[in-house]
Write a protein that binds this ligand. Structure first.
Ligand code: NZQ
Ligand code: ZN
Length: 394
């Protein structure tokens, strides 16, 4: 087991009445002038923005607003937010939405006090110094950004999707009312289910074999989502099901399922090139490449895939043929993805196979022109990245 630091400073207000605490939480964390940041229409339509405004007004907190964050959030919107924060002396960015809105809020928060261009952080040219505070009212369980240190933004200039991580913009509080996820379209619910499972699996497929507690927690998160995700899709207003999925989303990405392991993350970064190029939903992109990645790398430590097949996917262990057991686990996972309407190949994801030129472009961007590898379970160089894209292209 590796040494680790577990840092999860976010105060979580979870439940049907949690929204009544927004104003008090903003005051508790020192907010005087807030930028309320949100996406397209969902938070306005559901009345949630109205609740947020009322809460801030009653708490005596001044606020400004910036909507229009799109899925795969753009750096141009971040720059707009930074301008407002500087002009209006904002001290907290309150993200009302999902991963895209929270990530945009985080980038605004570390960009506001930085003199150069915010994209520098994503190029590795800048490190977060003084930051604005970030908090969220979450509307979609998926990306886990409400408790993670991560932030992923897309630069329209060249369509580069890049991440930057810092503890300094972890949310100080996250308000999570499962009822707010009732309005999620089935497709977005399914994308969230995949992303939550993938955040757990990226950490689970590790070459460390001696972190029993972490493995057991990870398997419990995965089984919970396998059981309750489909219920949430069938019965969108089932509070119990929505609550299981929502809390799983946070636990899957606040590092609890990664204590003592070295995560892989290749599937995520291969996917980021797909969503950068084709503007697809992150969760759907993950489902489209995971099975191909798994078949490609399973031989590095077959026992992990056997354990996953037996403990998570309920496969009977074939002691004579462990490879068969491992493959059945991968197949069952893919069958689950299909059962919730998710693609398991790139053609299913974007409606056509990618061209060989597109394969080369994605691999080139993913390996940053041969300056970067991906994955720890198996290290992927440019050629291996191309191989996985080609496998997923069938
Ligand atoms: O824009 P609106 O109208 O709000 O619609 C959104 C959006 O179209 C809709 N939605 C959200 N809540 C809703 C709702 N519709 C109805 N009812 C509700 N309650 O859902 C759509 C998707 O929203 P988005 O925020 O894009 O989803 P998600 O939370 O999956 O975030 C995806 C982004 O997060 C990044 C992804 O790459 C992607 O850019 N990630 C961020 C991570 C992090 N910061 O730690 C880690 C992840 O691995 C991931 O990379
Ligand atoms: Zn993800």
């Amino acid at each position: 087991m590796r040494d680790f630091t577990y840092y999860a400073p976010t105060e979580v207000a979870f439940g049907a009445k949690s929204e009544e605490r927004i104003g008090a939480l903003a005051v508790k964390y020192g907010a005087k002038r807030v930028l309320v940041h949100y996406g397209g229409q969902s938070a306005e339509r559901s009345g949630l923005l109205g609740v947020v405004r009322k809460q801030l007004q009653e708490a005596g907190v001044a606020f400004f607003e910036l909507g229009g964050v799109v899925p795969n959030p753009r750096v141009s919107k971040v720059r707009e937010g930074i301008e407002i924060c500087r002009r209006e002396a904002i001290d907290m960015v309150l993200a009302v939405g999902g991963g895209s809105v929270i990530d945009s809020a985080k980038a605004i928060a570390f960009g506001a006090h930085y003199e150069g261009d915010v994209w520098d952080f994503f190029l590795g040219k800048a490190k977060a110094g003084e930051c604005l505070k970030v908090a969220t009212v979450l509307t979609i369980p998926a990306a886990g950004s409400e408790m993670s240190d991560g932030c992923v933004v897309t630069n329209e200039d060249g369509w580069h999707k890049r991440g930057y991580s810092t503890n300094k913009t972890r949310c100080c509080f996250a308000v999570m009312n499962p009822e707010r996820t009732y309005t999620l379209p089935a497709y977005q619910t399914a994308c969230g289910i995949v992303d939550i499972m993938m955040h757990t699996m990226e950490r689970y497929f590790s070459l460390e074999d001696d972190m029993a507690l972490t493995d057991n927690i990870a398997e419990a998160v995965l089984r919970t989502v396998l059981d309750w995700g489909p219920v949430a899709m069938r019965e969108p207003e089932n509070y119990r099901a929505r609550a299981q999925v929502m809390w799983a989303g946070s636990l899957a990405h606040n590092d609890l399922t990664g204590c003592g392991t070295l995560g892989d993350w290749a599937t995520h970064h291969l996917e980021h090139e797909l969503s950068a190029l084709f503007d697809v939903a992150h969760g759907a992109g993950l489902a489209a490449v995971w099975g191909s990645w798994a078949r490609y790398v399973k031989g590095e430590r077959l026992s992990r895939f056997v354990r996953f097949a037996v403990n998570v996917m309920g496969v009977e262990n074939d002691f004579v043929d462990p490879e068969r057991t491992a493959l059945k686990g991968i197949e069952r996972m893919e069958a689950f993805y299909r059962s919730i309407g998710m693609p398991t190949s790139i053609p299913e994801l974007i409606g056509r196979p990618v061209t060989e030129e597109e394969v080369l472009t994605m691999a080139d961007k993913c390996c940053r022109q041969d300056t970067h590898t991906e994955g720890n379970f198996k290290v992927l160089y440019r050629k291996e990245m191309e191989d996985v894209y080609r496998l997923a292209n069938k």
